[in-house]
Design a protein around this ligand. Sequence first.
Ligand code: BG6
Ligand code: MG
Length: 226
Amino acid sequence: MGEMVKAVIFDLDGVIVDTAEWHYFAWKDLANSIGIDFSREFNEELKGISRMGSLEKILEHGGVAGKYSDEEKIELATVKNTNYVQLLTQMKPDDILPGIREFLEQLKDNNIKIGLASASKNAPAILDYLKLTDYFETVINPDEVAKGKPAPDIFLRAAENLSVPPSECIGIEDATAGIQAIKEAGMFAVGVGTKEVMVEAGADLVLESTTELDLKSIKREFLQKE
Ligand code: BG6
Ligand code: MG
């Protein structure tokens, strides 16, 4: 009881910017080049999953899980990432999802700390393209933590860097694995997406869109939850 909202820790892809489509094109190219079909539906399963984790899922999906050596897998992931990074050069502040900048401003005005817990190693570059870098007090490099989402590690590291106990942090995610990570970390989880999917994953509050992000209403739900 008596806990306050002191920090908000964001996921990036799908919360701040809709990169799923860009990942989709880059993975589809790679998958097709080695004879694997790749659909938008399957792409959904890769949300929140690390680059190498995504590649493993794709190879398994294509029935070639054991076919490639570790070096070959690194090479395949590099081909995808080179393609993705090339697509990112077109990214502009206009690509920030609606309501995000306003919400970041609200947090800043209320002295709430802001962190990023993204599985993407491209996160710092993306924040730069979007001109949002200055809002974030910590951006976790996913390589620094032992386990990726759905493990809580990345959210816990962000809270630690912000010097805020997890019980006073809000996590915002669009992926099932991400919501699970937030809940495992002992934080209040805001899910952006389909109600049933987010509730099933364990979200404490579900928003249909980032336009609904509002500090007052999140605080109200947070206090009710205690
Ligand atoms: C997550 C995305 O944020 O980052 C995943 O949801 C992606 O789709 C992962 O695979 C890793 O991203 P990157 O940019 O390091 O390949
Ligand atoms: Mg996401």
